[in-house]
Design a protein around this ligand. Structure first.
Ligand code: S3P
Length: 426
């Protein structure tokens, strides 16, 4: 698609799409709780539809009623026999969380994915599940994976990587185990699973970096899905970069584990104000972003989990900031939907950015004017949207290939972007 430079200020209020992580969990966890759960304002996108198909294969009946999905689950004791492999498409969250969930049923189930998902590491989940006494097979460390549900015990596990997906898979398996499980994270990651399991009646204790969960029988929940700070971040970046902007993101998750990108934007010089409207079960509220004189910052390993899906966007913003931005400790980005370090560096450099690739991050020297050119999203929704923001600040037209990947998390993105670019507001 052709994207033209655009300096329209980003003014007004918007309600970003539903949070992807919360929607996945609300859908998936419903299969573990016999009875009727509800998800209010779910994200409807390719990734969360993969989770929906997965629970439907476990006998969950999903009915859509205006802005909510009602999920009627038979409970793990009555999951039907498997009818072929379950397709998780591009969704790492679906596959990894399901690996833990499927421990609860007595059957053997196979999970498969598209070529991108099949290239991502799965032993990080399989190995600790085996340590719990489960039989799990990967295909040379990748999908397809097979999980044999059945009796298993608790473990004490020190996670080698900071990953909310791995943590969540283990917590889910632990719920149907025979004793407590304690998981220690190298760095805190998003805690939606802990909070949602508590709301569903599980005994979960969180003390610093250790999460302990006891075998529990879960009751159905009604989950209100807040706006997704990861999807809203593209608009926040545009507002921070464009003179005259004043953007209010309504009803977004303000979980400290999710808004690291906004802290970085503020440290760079953007002006951000936050109004929390509710704290339970997760902090939610409105955030207003205004531009400022942006300068380079240091983004280190400890900052990364709280902005794991926004690092490429931070690098793009840094191309327009005064001075050097150093991003390190971000090697996990190499095993996302694409190798995001490489995809970010190559695409931004081809538009004129002064950016260097490092094994665990990148260094950006700004400000550099970006010029037009041809770039590819590398099959990665977050790279596609980052490049749309880059094309707005560029001085010539950008041809973006692979824009359809936004269907993974934000199907309406380019329609909204086009409306803004035509001066018709948000
Ligand atoms: C997610 C965790 C993160 C994130 C992904 C969603 C989740 O992945 O990148 O988009 O919902 O738990 P990792 O756990 O692999 O870091």
């Amino acid at each position: 698609m052709e994207l033209n430079p655009c300096r329209n200020p980003v003014v007004g209020s918007m309600r970003p799409p539903g949070d992807k992580s919360v929607t996945h969990r609300a859908i998936l966890f419903s299969a573990l709780a016999q009875g009727e759960s509800a998800v209010i304002r779910p994200l409807v996108a390719a990734d969360t539809l993969a989770s929906r198909r997965l629970v439907e294969s476990l006998g969950v009946r999903v009915v859509e009623d205006r802005d909510r999905w009602i999920l009627q689950s038979p409970g793990p004791g009555a999951w039907p026999a498997p009818a072929g492999a379950i397709d998780c498409a591009n969704s790492g969250t679906t596959m990894r969380l399901a690996m833990g969930m499927l421990a609860a049923g007595p059957e053997t189930r196979e999970l498969q994915g598209d070529p991108s998902l099949s290239s991502r590491p799965m032993e990080r989940v399989a190995a600790p599940l085996r340590a719990m006494g489960l039989e799990v097979q990967t295909t040379a460390g990748h999908a397809p994976v097979r999980v044999h549900g059945g009796p298993h015990h608790g473990i004490d596990y020190l996670m080698p990587v900071a990953s909310a997906q791995v943590k969540s898979a283990l917590l889910l398996a632990a719920v149907s185990g025979s004793g407590p499980t304690a998981i220690t994270e190298p760095r805190p990651t998003r805690d939606h699973t802990e909070r949602m399991l508590q709301a569903m009646g599980a005994r979960v204790e969180c003390a610093r970096r250790v999460i302990t969960v006891w075998p529990s029988s879960l009751r159905p929940a009604v989950v209100q899905v807040p706006g997704d700070p990861s999807s809203a971040a593209f608009w926040a970046a545009l507002a921070a970069l464009t003179a005259g902007s004043e953007l209010t993101l309504e009803n977004i998750s303000l979980s400290p584990r999710r808004i690291g990108f906004y802290r970085v934007l503020e440290a760079m010089g953007a002006r951000i104000t936050i109004k929390e409207t509710s704290a339970v079960p997760e902090p939610v509220g409105d955030m207003t972003v205004r531009p400022g004189l942006l300068h380079g910052v240091v983004i280190a390993g400890g900052d990364i989990p709280d902005m794991i899906d926004e690092v490429s966007l931070a690098a793009m913003v840094a191309t327009q900031a005064q001075g050097e931005t150093v991003i390190s400790g971000a090697e996990e980005l190499r095993v996302k939907e694409s190798d995001r370090i490489h995809a970010t560096v190559e695409s931004l450099r081809s538009l004129g950015a002064h950016i260097e690739e490092q094994p665990d991050g990148m260094v950006i020297y700004g400000p550099t004017p970006l010029h037009g050119g041809r770039v590819n999203a590398s099959g990665d929704h977050r790279i596609a949207m980052m490049l749309a923001v880059a094309s707005a600040v560029a001085r010539g037209p950008v041809t973006l290939d692979g824009e359809e990947s936004v269907a993974i998390s934000y199907p309406e993105f380019f329609a909204q972007y086009g409306q803004w670019a035509q001066g018709r507001g948000l």
